[in-house]
Design a protein around this ligand. Structure first.
Ligand SMILES: Cc1ncc(COP(=O)(O)O)c(C=O)c1O
Length: 223
């Protein structure tokens, strides 16, 4: 006979969170009543497009970007892949062997995308971290090449919780871009793990591309 039912306590909020009640309430009508394709031309579709644009504007305001710069994806992996491989395909028009720099502690969503860059004919350098798990911005600069199309450094690490000096790296890279009168390298950060403990704002981080993951910030899975 069991007298005590063990109480289970969930401690893995960094991995995924429940959907916030307010979010669920806001989303409710979209499952059954307001399910229309926002790209369609009839009234209901036009209404959905207007609502979607309003949500896009809200998200943009929080992140310090323009609404047209917000792209909704199915989550962290798709976002990282879109950022890295999308920029790679564009850079191919300029460079024979576009070069990517990532840190040695990236989530597989980034490190596997880097392997895909190599499969497609690009090159990748990996910047190591110190004994405490922090990237040293100067070490990133040392890896720069004329053909570097992107530097991707995560903001908050998913295993050890370090907050990486992304804005410092980004500022140094922006100086390099200015010096070379070039748009490259783009600066991407996987901030999937950051928003619950850190204010994420693309403008303040000085990054060009930023990944977020709805399932880790009390939003639905697949967002
Ligand atoms: C830092 C980081 N990036 C990307 C992902 C992948 O996100 P998703 O599972 O939404 O594809 C995760 C998931 O744990 C993560 O922690």
């Amino acid at each position: 006979m069991t007298f005590f039912k063990k109480k289970r306590i969930y401690l893995d909020y960094a991995s995924t969170t429940p959907v916030l009640r307010e979010v669920k309430k806001e989303m409710d009508k979209y499952w059954t009543e307001a399910f229309h394709n926002p790209s369609s031309i009839y009234e209901e579709g036009v209404d959905r497009k207007r609502e979607l644009d309003a949500y896009r504007t809200k998200v943009a305001r929080i992140l310090g970007v323009q609404a047209k710069e917000v792209i909704f994806t199915s989550g962290g992996t798709e976002s990282d892949n879109t950022a890295i491989l999308g920029a790679f395909e564009v850079a191919r028009e300029k460079f024979a062997k576009p070069h990517l720099i990532i840190s040695s502690i990236e989530h597989p969503a980034v490190s596997e995308a880097a392997k895909e860059v190599i499969r497609r004919g690009g090159e990748v350098s990996v910047a190591g971290v110190d004994e405490e798990g922090f990237i040293q911005p100067v070490n990133v600069l040392k890896l720069l090449r004329k053909e570097t199309f992107m530097v991707s450094i995560m903001l908050a690490n998913n295993e050890i919780g370090t907050i990486e000096p992304v804005s410092k790296v980004a500022r140094l890279l922006r100086e390099e871009r200015k010096k070379n009168n070039s748009l490259y390298p783009y600066i991407h950060t996987d901030a999937s793990q950051a928003p619950n403990t850190y204010k994420v704002n693309a403008e303040q981080l000085h990054v060009d591309l930023l990944t977020l993951d709805g399932s880790k910030i009390y939003g639905p899975k697949g967002a």
